[in-house]
Write a new protein. Structure first.
Length: 368
């Protein structure tokens, strides 16, 4: 009886932990970009993370495929200022021009390799030696990267505001040598996810390399890193799926090239909860070769797509098309198979006259 009671308690504890983790993941997905990147910066600046990353090599970064940091970050222009009422980037860079100059002297590739994507986990001393810098200069460069990481949405602010709600621009979709890439505005996102060598940690724990208090603290750090990974991976996979599904739009810039795509469909593809998709894209936008666009705009409803297709066909017609003719062209040009009655209903919703009336109006205008 006691064994069953203990098993029941253990099962309940696991279920409560699972529920608590789901709540934490949901909260993290809803967190603003600034808060999220501040959380990452606080963790990465901690002595414990530094030890696990640079000394013990237990934690490292792994970049996502076809991603980079936006060119806007490398510019580091002093004249960059945010919109009224937000953080002033000119003030952020004040008295830091010498750091900016040091970064430019290093060159883009070395800056990326040693500071932006420090997968090798070199110590500050090793980086200083490699770059012929003082340790204090290395620390100041890392400090500037952290500050700009947190302020990413301010030095490249969104211009979209709907219903009084301001959007966060999280990335730019840019053309690369092998197709489109995701160019993040924040180094924290561009660095990718945290890779944790649990096997090495367990081995070091057995050899008593860590105290019991340190082990507890490390396990809590790992839990936070996994939660952060969950948001990073979710956002990355959403952006990748949007690029793949809406490739015609990114190539042409034609709004009519946006294919019907539902959040439910994406959730099924990613094996994620629809609520997670909704939380991850809410009030977020991206730059495209054709301008800034809210993420939600990449999920046009089928009905909206059909209405826009009908509207485009009618606007391009030389002679008025009957609803039956529109039905045939919808399938031929857009792959949309609907009934003639559905075409009629959608045309009426668009407040477009029947072909007979459009023909009469056309003849009347030509007669004049």
């Amino acid at each position: 009886m006691a064994v069953r009671f203990e098993q029941s308690q253990s099962l309940q504890a696991r279920q409560e932990l699972k529920l608590y983790t789901r709540i934490e993941q949901a909260n993290l997905l809803e967190m603003s970009e600034e808060e999220f990147h501040r959380l990452i910066a606080e963790i990465e600046e901690s002595p414990l993370f530094d030890r696990l990353h640079r000394q013990e090599k237990i934690v490292r970064y792994k970049r996502f495929q076809k991603t980079d940091l936006s060119q806007h970050f490398y510019e580091l222009k002093e004249e960059l200022v945010a919109e009224p009422g937000s953080l002033d980037i000119e003030s952020l860079l004040l008295n830091k021009q010498d750091i900016v100059n040091q970064i430019k002297k290093l060159g883009l590739e070395k800056f990326k390799q040693l500071f932006l994507y420090p997968e090798a986990g070199l110590t500050a001393e090793e980086i200083a030696q490699e770059c012929h810098l003082d340790i204090s200069e290395v620390q100041r460069i890392n400090g500037l990267i952290d500050e700009l990481s947190i302020a990413g949405e301010f030095y490249n602010p969104s211009l979209i505001s709907r219903g009084g709600i301001h959007y966060s621009k999280i990335a730019s979709v840019e053309r690369g040598p092998e197709g489109f890439i995701i160019a993040y505005f924040s180094p924290a996102q561009a660095r990718g996810k945290f890779m944790i060598n649990y096997e090495k940690f367990e081995e070091m724990q057995k050899s008593e390399a860590f105290t019991k208090a340190e082990v507890k603290e490390i396990r809590e750090l790992f839990r936070k890193l996994e939660l952060i990974n969950n948001r990073k991976v979710t956002v990355y996979r959403i952006l990748q799926s949007i690029i793949e599904k809406q490739a015609l739009y990114f190539d042409s810039g034609d709004p009519m090239a946006l294919l019907p795509f539902t959040q439910k469909e994406l959730a099924k593809r990613l094996e994620a909860a629809p609520s997670s998709i909704s939380r991850a894209i809410t009030y977020k936008s991206i730059d495209t070769p054709w301008g800034e666009k809210p993420l939600k705009d990449f999920f046009p409803r089928p009905k909206r797509f059909r209405k826009e297709s009908i509207k485009q066909l009618i606007e391009a017609e030389k002679l008025p098309l009957s609803d039956e003719a529109i039905k045939a062209k919808l399938e031929e040009k857009f792959g949309v198979a609907i009934s003639r009655r559905a075409v009629t209903n959608l045309r009426n919703e668009l407040k477009i006259l029947p072909s007979r009336q459009r023909k009469k109006n056309l003849q009347s205008s030509q007669g004049n």
